[in-house]
Design a protein around this ligand. Structure first.
Ligand SMILES: [Ca+2]
Length: 346
C-alpha cells in the first residue's frame, strides 16, 4: 500500500470493495450517492459515527440514504457516539442543521440498522476479505481507531485507508472538524503503521458546487430534485464564494479516480495536547502545521486535532497526502456518475 487504490472501470474486472465510515451530513450524502453511482465500486458496508449530528441521527440518515439510493443490500452498522476521551462527538450548531441533512426530505421510515458495533464490523469485514477492502473515513476517526486497536492486523489486511481530514499543504491555523472531534482517535489512526491516504480539507474544499454545477444537478430528475440540490442549497444559504464545498464527495472521487488529486508522501502528526506537535517538544519544526501563533492556537501550541505535515523528501512517511485538486476532473466524474445514477433511480 502507499498510494490510492485504482478502481476497475465499467465493464472490466471485479469491482473494488469499500466500507464507508461516515456521519451524514450533507456532503456525506453526496459522497454516498457518488459511491452508489460508481460501477467500479462495491459498497461492502456503511458504518456510522456521531459528528455532523448525533449518532442516532447520522445512523437514521444513513438508512434513509441507503433506501433512497436503492442500496438495500448494503449493511448499515452504527458505531461511536463519543470520542475515545469520553466526550460527545456531535457538533454544536451544525452547519448541516439539527437533522444532519439540512432540508433534505427523504422518508424517515426504512429498514433498521444491522446489530453490533461499527468497529467490530470493520475488523471482521476486512479479516474476511484480506487485501480487498478500502476503508473510507468521512467523519471523526473513532470507529477506525477502535477497530485497529482491537485488531492491529487490520493494518496489513486492508487494501487502503482514505481519510477526509487535516490540512496538509500549508500550516494549519485551526484543526478541521473530523480530526478535532476526536484528536486521540486521529492520532491512533495516523500512528497505526499503515499508509493513510489523507485528503485534507484545504484540497477537498476546492471542490465547490457553483451555479453551473447546481444547474446541471437540477436536470437530474428525482436524484437531483430530492437529494443533490437540497444538499448543496442548504449551505448555500449561508453564502460563500464559488458555492458550498463538497468535501466528502471529493474523497470518494479520489478512490474512483486517483487522478482527481495530486499526492505526495508525508509524515503526518496529529496534535493531541500541549507539547505533542513536532517543534513544540523534540525540536523538529519542519512541518506545515505547528509554528507560531494563529487562530485556534494557544501558548501551549496548536489546538488538538491540528495536523502537522512534513512534506520534505526522505522523511519516513506514514501518509500520502493530497496536495492539489483537479476540480474540473472531479466535477466531470461526479456529474457523469450522478447522471448515470439518476437514470437508474428514475
Ligand atoms: Ca462527513
Amino acid at each position: 500500500m502507499g498510494n490510492l487504490p485504482h478502481v476497475a472501470t465499467a465493464g472490466t474486472v471485479t469491482p473494488s470493495k469499500i466500507i464507508i465510515d461516515c456521519d451524514p451530513g450533507l456532503d456525506d450524502a453526496l459522497a454516498l450517492a457518488l459511491a452508489c453511482a460508481a460501477p467500479g465500486l462495491e459498497i461492502a458496508g456503511i458504518t456510522t459515527v456521531a459528528g455532523n449530528a448525533t449518532l442516532e441521527r447520522t445512523t437514521v440518515n444513513a438508512l434513509r440514504l441507503r433506501a433512497f439510493l436503492g442500496a438495500d443490500e448494503v449493511p448499515v452498522v452504527p458505531g461511536s457516539a463519543g470520542a475515545l476521551a469520553g466526550h460527545g462527538l456531535a457538533r454544536h450548531n451544525s452547519p448541516h442543521g439539527v437533522s444532519g441533512l439540512g432540508a433534505v426530505a427523504l422518508p424517515e421510515v426504512c429498514p433498521p440498522p444491522a446489530g453490533g458495533h461499527a468497529a467490530d464490523f470493520l475488523a471482521e469485514a476486512v479479516r474476511a476479505h484480506p487485501g480487498e477492502i478500502t476503508l473510507l473515513a468521512l467523519g471523526p476517526l473513532t470507529n477506525i481507531a477502535l477497530a485497529v486497536r482491537a485488531e492491529p492486523r487490520l493494518v496489513e489486511q486492508v487494501r487502503g485507508l482514505v481519510v477526509l481530514g487535516g490540512r496538509h499543504t500549508r500550516r494549519a491555523p485551526v484543526p478541521d472538524f473530523n480530526l478535532a472531534a476526536d484528536p486521540e482517535a486521529a492520532a491512533v489512526v495516523f500512528g497505526a503503521g499503515w499508509t493513510v491516504t489523507a485528503i485534507g480539507v484545504d484540497v477537498a474544499g476546492q471542490a465547490r458546487a457553483g451555479d453551473a454545477v447546481v444547474a446541471e444537478m437540477r436536470t437530474l430528475g428525482r436524484l437531483g430534485r430530492e437529494l443533490l440540490v437540497p444538499c448543496v442549497e442548504f449551505p448555500r444559504r449561508a453564502g460563500g464564494p464559488g458555492g458550498p464545498a463538497v468535501h466528502d464527495a471529493c474523497a470518494v472521487a479520489c478512490v474512483i479516480d486517483p487522478g482527481v488529486v495530486t499526492t505526495a508522501p508525508a509524515a503526518v502528526t496529529v496534535v493531541t495536547g500541549p507539547g505533542t506537535a513536532p517543534g513544540t517538544g523534540s525540536g523538529d519544526s519542519g512541518g506545515s502545521g505547528g509554528g507560531k501563533s494563529g487562530g485556534g492556537e494557544t501558548a501551549a501550541g496548536p489546538a488538538p486535532g491540528t495536523t502537522v505535515t512534513d512534506l520534505r523528501p526522505g522523511r519516513p512517511a506514514n501518509a500520502v497526502v493530497a496536495t492539489a485538486l483537479d476540480a474540473d476532473r472531479f466535477w466531470e466524474l461526479a456529474l457523469s456518475s450522478y447522471r448515470r445514477l439518476a437514470h437508474r433511480l428514475g
